[in-house]
Design a protein around this ligand. Structure first.
Ligand SMILES: Nc1ncnc2c1ncn2[C@@H]1O[C@H](COP(=O)(O)OP(=O)(O)OP(=O)(O)O)[C@@H](O)[C@H]1O
Length: 357
């Protein structure tokens, strides 16, 4: 996993820990409302212990109300790393003043320095400004108002819906070309780039969802509903066009999701994902294996699809095969062979009827 991915995962883990619906967030919100301010450190390793001066040993399971009561005292509250136990309260933290801090107030300067010194998550709840700021290592993040994130997440869902329409259009064009035996690498690339846009919005939505916690339930459902079909199609396209038939499509998809950034991916990168090395001519023709089309035939078992592709290699040969040739494939009798022929004909008619110009 690359550095950026690890960083994104860590940020999303931090946000999930303090997302609405979690006990820690309930406690933080109580402290915020009570206007006492608070300084909370998650983790009590040697480095943290080294900074602690004084305080009361609490050692009890975490509860939002205890946190609120303890925040009435001066100093910091120390929890265990998972935030499931309160270890100390009223602790003074003696940080290294040579560590740089961009904050002005003492609570926030201390929080930033402890986070840098110990690499533990530190939460500062401001008494005067009604803000919650998270620090971990060099990471600093001020939690946004839930309504602001909800609005952004809703906008992202709308964008995802629009991209879905665009992607469906590209896929339906690809289907027509597949039946006409006219697919080129450029057509496959077009679909992959459209899918890339979808992944970009998905990544954005995931970061909002980490922060929204239970408040993002409906948006999460909408996102899953929109994405399930699209991801299945992407997997089929990977299986149809990857250089090797034995490709692991879910691994390719996950790698694809991992490399999407705000910049449009280079064509070469996408071809490499599919296993093609060296220069690929965009105008060169390519035949799909047929996984995507065959999967549209109702009740056709995966093993039969696999056997068909092993025998005929590509979709054009499967389409041209007569019933008796299909019948020769392992697991296919005459009745099923006819069903496959009819199924393919129906799909072809449908594809041409849905053709979008
Ligand atoms: N080194 C420290 N260890 C523990 N607690 C501290 C430390 N420094 C400050 N605090 C806590 O922060 C409180 C407020 O400090 P200060 O007003 O300077 O912070 P601030 O960053 O401006 O925060 P706020 O926005 O809440 O006012 C102190 O009363 C104390 O409880």
């Amino acid at each position: 996993m690359d550095e950026k991915r690890i960083k994104d995962n860590t940020i999303s883990e931090i946000l999930q820990l303090v997302a609405p619906g979690t006990p820690i967030r309930e406690g933080i919100d109580n402290v915020l409302r009570a206007n006492t301010g608070g300084l909370i450190v998650l983790g009590h390793n040697e480095k943290v212990q080294h900074l602690v001066d004084g305080g009361f040993k609490i050692d009890c399971p975490f509860s939002p109300t205890y946190l609120y009561e303890l925040a009435k005292m001066d100093g910091a509250i120390i929890l265990n790393e998972k935030g499931s136990k309160i270890i100390l309260a009223n602790a003074q933290l003696a940080t290294d003043p040579s560590i740089s801090s961009t904050e002005t107030g003492m609570r926030h300067r201390t929080a930033e320095r402890v986070a840098k010194q110990t690499k533990k998550l530190v939460i500062a709840i401001s008494q005067r400004r009604n803000v919650i700021t998270l620090y971990k290592g060099d990471f600093r993040y001020a939690l946004k108002d839930i309504s602001v994130i909800l609005t952004k997440a809703n906008q992202a869902i709308q964008t995802l819906e629009k991209y879905k329409v665009v992607l469906d259009h590209a896929i339906s064009n690809l289907s027509v070309l597949e039946f006409e035996e006219l697919v080129t690498f450029s057509d496959v690339l077009q679909v992959l780039h459209r899918f890339e846009m979808v992944i970009r919005i998905k990544n954005e939505l995931l970061s909002y969802l980490s922060e929204l916690g239970v408040e993002g339930r409906l948006i999460r459902l909408q996102m899953h509903e929109l994405l399930t079909d699209m991801e299945e199609e992407a997997v089929m396209i990977i299986r149809d066009y990857a250089k090797e038939r034995q490709v692991k499509p879910y691994e390719v998809l996950s790698r694809f999701q991992g490399i999407v950034t705000n910049e449009l991916l280079d064509d070469g990168v996408l071809f490499k994902l599919l296993g093609y090395s060296g220069h690929v001519h965009l105008d060169e023709g390519i035949c799909p294996r047929g996984y995507r089309v065959l999967n549209k035939i109702p009740r056709l078992p995966v093993i039969i699809i696999e056997n068909l592709i092993i025998k005929f290699n590509t979709l054009p040969f499967i389409l041209k095969a007569e019933v008796d040739e299909l019948d020769d494939v392992d697991g296919i009798g005459e009745v099923r062979a006819r069903k496959i022929k009819e199924g393919l004909k129906l799909i072809k008619d449908q594809v041409f009827a849905d053709r979008q110009l």
